[in-house]
Design a protein. Structure first.
Lengths: 236, 319
């Protein structure tokens, strides 16, 4: 059984149908990437999986449970964390409060331990714990967003364009972090415009165009595919 | 400014104490406006009636415990019970209003919940006045010990002292809840972004209900304090204090919790001291009702010239 399985998912906004029957699966321990150009429906796919956008049709199963009708907080409780496009940092909450928000659904005694782990993964956050989230730089906010998601101990992590707006060195750091998070046992569904990097770290990949999956396969396989190279890797 | 010396220092101290007393009530009520606005960008015009319900709940408890005959240590017990009953009644009223009048309109155009709010406000005040009281005014029993504290020119009645102290304590507890507890954190998160709070696992509806309830509990407490101080209560009593507390919230920058408190005290002082200052002008003798004129003139001026509040930086940086 895949950890996440999406079948025939349709969703949109008002009169717009943004995704028109998406099928995809994510297995335990995988990094799966969803690539596509602006407006293809990547964010909508993630937002529908995490419950922010209501599915109009189709199914989403997580841990073999149908979740397409659940409210977002119930889906979080099942073990899914979604780092939205734009990072979703609470600007008026402190960095520490933002991190605690990540553990909102937890009641166990190991929250402080995990806080220590996140801070050692992102040492830049340590001196800034008392600062308002809105005062962080873009890169720091991305680290905070990922660190905050880790505070939930997610079984599945949805990442929407974590490299957006970051310098090449920071993009490198973020991708290394994604891989180290996976090594610690998390499963990741990664949406990216930076297709080259995404295909490099991903086990499998899906290509989405105008709300429909048009290609799928192993990451390396798609990186070698001619139409993918032309459309998403900026090659000839 | 030399005209100020025509009146005694005692007189001005009295005005300041009176201003701070009514200001405490405005501040408590203003918190509910500002918190609900913070999470929903909705002006809960029924909040004045939530305050009224609290005043009646407290009145009922005092009456049931013996009214005028309450004495000794029972005074403390009666006050505590009256406050608890008011908090519960106001909280329950606000939760019902949210569920019935606002939640169904959550995604409707902004004007719809506003009209719904005004409808609930009119309904509740008339329900109490015409449905239960036949237009009668009720009076709080004066159970609080008379007497005052005098420090030179400064005189403060025990009741005023209690009122100011109790409201400060209530606001301190609220501030602690908002700043230091998980519930408070979730309310602040929802105020910033409902979607992002939901992605953290916050039940957004629960946080919104909690916001209404906390603001309403403060208003219920304020209703009892109002009754103890002003004595007369009726169904329509929430209207003027409600609009004034809303004014206080706007003065302080609606959405800001410290702003609502500062705005409440500021308005209380402005309307008492402000009227008396005008009275210092030779030939001017404004009756007590001019308090309202001063307060609402302030509201209009602020809405025109500083709609984000007079204590805030112009662009949305809220505390
Ligand atoms: N809140 C919204 N209201 C209306 N339409 C929306 C909304 N959000 C997205 N859309 C539309 O839905 C379609 C898919 O958008 P989506 O954000 O899912 O694309 P995306 O693949 O994430 O794009 P990008 O790479 O630019 O982030 C687009 O046509 C977009 O205009
Ligand atoms: Mg997107």
């Amino acid at each position: 059984m895949p950890l996440l399985s999406v079948t025939g998912l349709v969703a949109g906004y008002g009169g717009i149908t943004a995704i028109k029957g998406i099928d995809l699966t994510v297995d335990q321990g995988e990094i799966v990437t969803l690539i596509g150009s602006n407006g293809a429906g990547k964010s909508t796919t993630l937002r529908t999986i995490s419950g922010l956008v209501r599915a109009r049709n189709g199914r989403v199963e997580f841990l073999s449970k149908p979740i397409e009708k659940l409210a977002p907080h119930k889906i979080v409780a099942l073990g899914m964390s979604h780092v939205p496009e734009g990072r979703g940092i609470f600007h008026r909450l402190t960095v520490l409060e933002n991190l605690y928000m990540g553990a909102f659904q937890r009641g166990d005694g190991e929250i402080a331990d995990d806080l220590g782990k996140v801070i050692s993964l992102f040492p830049r956050l340590r001196e800034r714990l008392k600062q308002a989230g809105g005062t962080l730089s873009g890169g720091e906010q991305q680290m905070l967003a990922i660190g905050r998601a880790m505070m939930a101990r997610p079984k599945l992590l949805l990442l929407d364009e974590p490299s957006m707006g970051l310098s090449p060195i920071l993009v490198q750091t973020i991708f290394e972090t994604i891989q180290s998070i996976r090594r610690q046992g998390a499963t990741i569904l990664l949406v990216e415009q930076n297709a080259a990097m995404a295909l490099e770290v991903a086990d499998r990949a899906y290509v989405i165009e105008s709300g429909v999956i048009t290609l799928s396969g192993r990451g390396a396989e798609l990186a070698g595919n001619d139409s993918v190279r032309r459309a998403y890797l900026g090659e000839g | 400014m030399s005209i100020l010396f025509l009146t005694t220092p005692e007189f001005w101290f009295d005005q300041i104490v009176n201003g701070l007393t009514t200001g405490s009530i405005y501040a408590l009520v203003a918190l509910g406006y500002t918190m609900v606005y913070g999470v929903l960008q909705l002006i809960n015009f029924a909040h004045g009636e939530v305050f009224m319900i609290g005043a009646f709940a407290g009145y009922g408890v005092l009456l049931a415990l013996g009214g005028q005959d309450i004495s000794g240590v029972m005074i403390v017990v009666a006050l505590v019970l009256a406050l608890i009953a008011a908090g519960l009644a106001s909280g329950a009223t606000a939760i019902a209003i949210e569920r019935l009048a606002y939640r169904p309109l959550r995604n409707a155009p902004r004007l719809a919940p506003l009209i719904s709010a005004i409808g609930v406000s009119v309904f509740l005040s008339h329900l109490v006045d015409d449905g239960f009281l036949n237009g009668e005014t009720k009076h709080y029993d004066q159970i609080f010990p008379a007497g005052k504290l005098s420090l030179g020119a400064l005189n403060v009645s025990y009741l005023q002292l209690f009122l100011m102290g109790a409201s400060l304590a209530m606001m301190a507890v609220l501030y602690w809840i908002i700043q230091r507890t998980k519930l408070g954190r979730s309310i602040r998160a929802v105020a910033e972004s409902r979607d992002n709070a939901a992605l953290m696992g916050v039940d957004v509806n629960r946080a919104i209900v909690a916001t209404f309830a906390l603001g309403a509990i403060m208003a219920g407490f304020a209703g009892v304090l109002y009754g103890l101080f002003f004595s007369s209560i009726r169904g329509s009593m929430g209207f003027i204090p409600g609009i004034k507390a809303f004014t206080a919230a706007v003065l302080g920058g609606i959405g800001s919790i410290p702003g609502a408190v500062v705005g409440g005290y500021f308005l209380g002082l402005a309307e008492t001291v402000g009227r008396e200052l005008l009275n210092e002008i030779p030939g001017v003798n404004l009756p007590n009702e001019w308090k309202d004129v001063v307060a609402f003139a302030l509201l209009v001026l602020v809405l025109i010239f500083r709609p984000t509040g007079i204590f805030t930086q112009q662009e949305g940086k809220r505390a």
